[in-house]
Design a protein around this ligand. Sequence first.
Ligand SMILES: O=c1ccn([C@@H]2O[C@H](COP(=O)(O)OP(=O)(O)O[C@H]3O[C@H](CO)[C@@H](O)[C@H](O)[C@H]3O)[C@@H](O)[C@H]2O)c(=O)[nH]1
Length: 478
Amino acid sequence: MVARETTQKKPHVAVLASPGMGHVTPLLELAKRLVVDHGFQVTFLAISTDAPPAQIQLLNSSTLPPDLHVIHLPHVDVSNLLTASTGVSVRIVLVVRQTLSYLPSVLTNMQPPIQSLIVDPFCGEALEFAAAFSIPTYLFLTTSASFTALTMYFPTLHAQVDGDYSKIAEKVLVPGCNPLLLDDLIPGVLMPEVLPLCNRIPLVKGVFINTWEELEPVTLGAIRKNPFFLGLPAPPVYPIGPLTKGNEDEPLTSTMESKKMLTWLDKQPPDSVVYVSFGSGGTLSGEQMSELAWGLELSQKRFVWVARPPSEVSASGSFFEAGYDAEGAASYLPDGFLDRTRERGLVISSWAPQVAVLSHGSVAGFVTHCGWNSVLESIAQGVGMIAWPLYAEQSMNARMLVDMGVAVWPKPAGERVVVGRGEVERVVRSVMEGEQGKAMRQKVIELQGTALKALGLGGSSNASLAGLADEWRAGGSL
Ligand SMILES: O=c1ccn([C@@H]2O[C@H](COP(=O)(O)OP(=O)(O)O[C@H]3O[C@H](CO)[C@@H](O)[C@H](O)[C@H]3O)[C@@H](O)[C@H]2O)c(=O)[nH]1
């Protein structure tokens, strides 16, 4: 879509993203849409501490539109705040907190002055900074409407059970929404650490969600119409998704391994390959990696696997380095695995050009940790999934995908913790062949169609953002 001609001054908006591709990618896509489709000027504030190489490349890309300016906020040192047990989320929070000390001067010196600030969930503390300068703010919750609804309901739930989530019986019933299984929410979602984010929602003028009406109609309907949500001091939600990076945005398609991967895919028959990847930081235990490898081998299907070193090796808190181990993961795979599968498998240990892979004609299945961006990219490319949630809200996402019929979720047998090779073989076959695979393909292609429609002219997500952009341009809620 072409930017609208306007004689008015371009509205100037700032976007602030925490480090990591899971947040930077959707916020950058939103920034691009505001610039390209709506004629805005956008300043993208990137946190440079802990930024993975893929993020730096994406933000330095020469393909960004001219009215999208990226500012890399100064590096901060959090090493004295870290302990051996500091997890990924806490580390991001610490990095963001330290970096925010630069925000007041950046925000107040922007020319022309910004009319609004959009932040991701990890940058919640920026909302108070912006409020001190009377800058209107918006939150971009980079996951599902379901997670958004739970976030809005969470303070009520927390108070009901007095912070003791073991008092909840089996399911969490968010008013008007599909029931959520407690097992999918613990650990990872129901944590007191989420409360500050929940309590900040009333501070913002609107909440963007990377979803679309046809994907989550029940939840979006509940947020808009259920008396519980109507009674909250919450701003409107704007489903504007799926915002995913495009094939042309893959920053690393020029690296050796990426090229090798795409060249290898070019040689495979259509719809024959399963792609295995656990997002920007997901790792498996050594035992689980071994079972997965055996399962892939037994399935006799073609595969391409972004195999990071096992979790025992990736030291705690090494989220950002986990994908860049030069040695690769081959040494952690079963003896002879690479030789035996040489003809039909490819293992890489660096960053994959994921959208290029998912959109390749040879790829027909995706073993994914169900990070929301991976989920959206898979649906946008019409690829059925094998759900392999690891942390955060990923089990919630996995359940939703299974319920929609676009994923199967392999489970460990009995009391085991790891998913065994037989189960891996079964699910890979079920997605890549047979009636279940066919039904899944049909369903995901239907969803792909609704996604395209939602983003197209007059589509629900397009209209949602356009309506807000018009309001902003008119000086409404800005
Ligand atoms: O080799 C790789 C690995 C990842 N990616 C990209 O990196 C992004 C990863 O995002 P996502 O799938 O959402 O995973 P995470 O980075 O793990 O995402 C975090 O943020 C998401 C959005 O808030 C949450 O849903 C997840 O649970 C949380 O872990 C996607 O765009 C992928 O295409 C690549 O391009 N190549």
